[in-house]
Design a protein around this ligand. Structure first.
Ligand SMILES: Nc1ncnc2c1ncn2[C@@H]1O[C@H](COP(=O)(O)OP(=O)(O)OP(=O)(O)O)[C@@H](O)[C@H]1O
Ligand SMILES: [Mg+2]
Length: 250
């Protein structure tokens, strides 16, 4: 195999402006197949902007993206999903008033004759997808709004697994969750890891990051400041890197 073939996605020289705000100043970022990368850094560092470019919510003003070695243009969330990139956001991943099953299939519903949605198939497959993740919910018909924060993350991750995502991006999935729910979410991520799905995990909690990721990219003020392997660091080491980066950045 040619060297570098294990790289799933590579972003090169990414620049992004929001009006006068220079949010990304030439960032290189890559994720290997089956790898979990912890993306960390202070508020406003550019973490969400970087991954929103990957998930098609924003477009870079400059820079390139390669997916499985091919140069790609990601112009919409649909483009990202078609490549196998799924994003789990705290806020906007799910439609709260729709059922669990509808949320799992959102935009990709199975149909019967005459183009009618196949609700039975959706219900059955949803329950299977959730059970695979160790998540037992009473009924696939329940609206998502009735679920706990941890369970909602589970539904989003079950969707990624069901549609065989190659990369799952989690932007602060553990914010506002109880200790028990955090443990559930980390366990869902471990299930992605067992299935060799690549993961980008953004968090301010460096213990969660250290627990789940094997490599850490530290950002500050639109720049990548450090890229370290788990063996080379510790939660304390990460904390020092984040603090130091915030000070030395331009
Ligand atoms: N839609 C937007 N419009 C204008 N400015 C934006 C927008 N999104 C982000 N920014 C700005 O870009 C910079 C990077 O923001 P970003 O959300 O990527 O940071 P972050 O590292 O995710 O921070 P946090 O840890 O607080 O989530 C910040 O200065 C932010 O205010
Ligand atoms: Mg953010």
């Amino acid at each position: 195999m040619e060297a570098g073939n294990d790289i799933l996605v590579r972003m090169v020289g990414i620049h992004k402006w929001f009006g006068r705000v220079y949010a990304l100043r030439g960032v290189d970022f890559e994720v290997r197949r089956g790898e979990t990368v912890g993306l960390i850094g202070d508020n406003g560092a550019g973490k969400s902007t970087l991954i929103k470019i990957l998930s098609g919510y924003h477009q870079a003003d400059q820079g390139e993206i390669y997916f499985e070695g091919q140069k790609v243009k990601i112009r919409s969330p649909r483009d990202a999903r078609n490549l196998g990139i799924e994003t789990v956001y705290q806020e906007q991943a799910l439609a709260p008033n729709l059922s669990i099953a509808r949320n799992i299939f959102m935009g990709r519903e199975p149909v019967k004759k005459f183009g009618l949605m196949d609700r039975k198939a959706m219900d059955e497959e949803s329950m299977k997808a959730l059970a695979n993740l160790g998540l037992r919910l009473r009924s696939p018909e329940l609206p998502v709004v009735t679920l706990s924060g941890g369970e909602r993350q589970g539904v989003a991750i079950a969707r990624a697994l069901h549609f065989k995502a190659k990369l799952v991006i989690l932007d602060e999935p553990t914010v506002a969750l109880s200790v028990k729910e955090v443990e559930e979410v980390l366990e869902f991520v471990r299930q992605l890891q067992r299935e060799k799905v690549s993961v980008v995990f953004i968090t301010h909690n460096l213990y969660h990051a250290f627990d789940i990721a094997e490599r850490f990219v530290v950002m500050a003020r639109g720049l990548k400041m450090a890229d370290v392997k788990k063996e080379e660091t510790s939660p304390q080491g990460l904390s020092e890197l984040v603090l130091k980066s915030a000070f030395v950045a331009v």
